[in-house]
Design a protein around this ligand. Sequence first.
Ligand SMILES: CC(C)(COP(=O)(O)OP(=O)(O)OC[C@H]1O[C@@H](n2cnc3c(N)ncnc32)[C@H](O)[C@@H]1OP(=O)(O)O)[C@@H](O)C(=O)NCCC(=O)NCCS
Length: 234
Amino acid sequence: MPRAKSSDFSSFCGTGHPAGPSGWGSGASAGAPASHPDVRRRDYNVRVTALPDGYPIELERKITLRDGTVVSIRPILPDDAARLQELHGRLSRDTAYQRFFAIVKRLPPDWARVLATVDYRRRLALVVEAPAGAGPELIAVGRYDAVGEPDIAEVAFVVQDSWQNRGLGTILFEEILRAAAARSYRRFRAFVLADNRRMLDLITRFTRVESRTSEHGVTELVFGLLPERVGVSA
Ligand SMILES: CC(C)(COP(=O)(O)OP(=O)(O)OC[C@H]1O[C@@H](n2cnc3c(N)ncnc32)[C@H](O)[C@@H]1OP(=O)(O)O)[C@@H](O)C(=O)NCCC(=O)NCCS
């Protein structure tokens, strides 16, 4: 199992943390970004009165899945913390384990807060919303975190079980790589369970793998962009 690093509070993909769940928030300098002075109401599903500084509104869009379902993708907001906990509560044990490499029954609030609070540059997460009964709910999250190393961003993804195998993971993967490339990150790291064929295949298909090492059932991949695969200029 890879050792926890300073950036692990954000992507957590298979890494443990010496402090355990209750310590997740304490080690991270993840204060909520200041609200934008102009109160900008968004024509969007989430009730927010102001967007955080640096919120990349250009990353908001609708996407149509293979089966024709239309969902919305947007950058994460600090007030998504509770929605992240709800999403986590809907994940199967296997999916949650593939994401966090640990049995995390309930996403602790401080952990959710850290995950929901990003600076949109060195740490960025995109969430996918689907319309549901009482209101929209999160069904997927993709993120990168470049806090630990200056030129490399660690990525992590999760798609709610009932939404898997509809092409969403692929779209999210491309979107995160594209957003990272626009912020000058072109090299990435991912920790993936060695038997997680789907994620390993996704990385192999869309990127140029530079190194791949496995230890204790976890594969660490370092990979670069294949610009033609993610639609960015070389
Ligand atoms: C990995 C994950 C994000 C992929 O999301 P998804 O929405 O299911 O992905 P897609 O629907 O785009 O499918 C990706 C590809 O995997 C293929 N696939 C599906 N099941 C597969 C399996 N058991 N083995 C290998 N490939 C598989 C799909 O056919 C698809 O390829 P295609 O586009 O050629 O059809 C999702 O499965 C997930 O959340 N897993 C749990 C968390 C996780 O593993 N995170 C990665 C570690 S950070």
